[in-house]
Design a protein around this ligand. Structure first.
Ligand SMILES: [Fe+2]
Length: 284
């Protein structure tokens, strides 16, 4: 069993690291709900390639800004901190997430789409529940399944045994991974976020996104947003992998989270709107 854990932890090395600038931004935004525009702009400007990428997106046909956006501060003024932060995180994580995952039956682009969808849904739920930190909720949802990148090859090699387990229908897929490998994609992803020195809320949201009841009390509210966001993203069925149909949502979302069916409908349509906007900005 430990052989699998060691192999999977070693696989984390193949995932392109999150740029230091993006990690610093997540720390800045999770420590304070009112980070100033100057602080955010100067943090982004510290990274020339990220700045170039960001200005390219801001000057895309989608926004049609005239005159064009020439500085990060200008971009924040026109689009707002929230949108800029989302673009930075999506840009920074794309190399890691935009890849084919054989083990999960996800062609190139599927994990990337599903992650953007989960980020947008987690953020909309965070806003609906008024939990604060919608920007961080987006990042948590975006990175929730990053552990699959390190796990998919072993899942592929052992698909007979794993999918045999699925047929029995007696456990959600993350539990089958944990039983078989000694670690699941959620725990694996959280170890990566720890290596990157992400804030505790992001580490916990990745670790417990399928089991929010196990999260520490301090971070449970944001973990629950990502748990629900992940369910909504799977229900949307865009870029869903083999495992997608083996997770189920809470039995009583209304009484547990105070969201009725009309709230869920609104959140779902806002999520899709944001998802398609982000995809368009990235030329997809
Ligand atoms: Fe997951």
């Amino acid at each position: 069993m430990s052989d699998y854990i060691d192999t999977l932890l070693a696989q984390l090395d193949i995932i392109p690291p999150m740029p230091e600038t993006s990690v610093r931004l997540t720390q800045l935004l999770s420590d304070s709900s009112s980070a100033s525009m100057e602080e955010i702009a100067s943090t982004i400007q510290y990274d020339p390639s990220l700045t170039v990428e960001l200005l390219k997106i801001c000057n895309s046909a989608y926004f049609s800004f005239d005159p064009k956006v020439t500085t990060v501060k200008d971009a924040i003024k026109r689009l707002g901190t929230n949108k800029i932060f989302q673009m930075v995180m999506a840009t920074s994580s794309r190399k890691a997430l935009d890849r084919e995952l054989n083990g999960y039956g996800m062609p190139l682009g599927a994990l990337w789409s599903q992650s953007i969808l989960c980020g947008a849904a987690s953020k909309k739920i965070n806003l609906a529940l008024r939990e604060g930190h919608p920007d961080i909720a987006f990042t948590c949802g975006l990175l929730a399944d990053i552990g699959k990148v390190a796990m998919h090859q072993l899942v592929h090699q052992n698909r007979e045994q794993l999918f045999g387990g699925l047929k029995q229908g007696n456990a959600p897929y993350d539990q089958i991974e944990a039983q078989f490998f000694g670690i699941n994609h959620a725990e694996l992803g959280s170890r990566l976020a720890e290596r990157w020195k992400m804030p505790p809320a992001i580490i916990d949201a990745i670790r417990y996104h399928h089991n929010p009841a196990h999260a520490p009390e301090e971070t449970r509210p944001i973990v629950e947003c990502v748990y629900l966001g992940s369910i909504l993203a799977m229900q949307a069925g865009l870029g869903l992998g083999h495992d997608g149909m083996y997770y189920s949502g809470p039995d009583d979302i209304d009484n547990t989270y105070g969201l009725n069916s009309s709230d869920i409908e609104n959140i779902s349509s806002q999520t899709l709107e944001e998802f398609f906007e982000i995809k368009t900005l990235f030329g997809q």
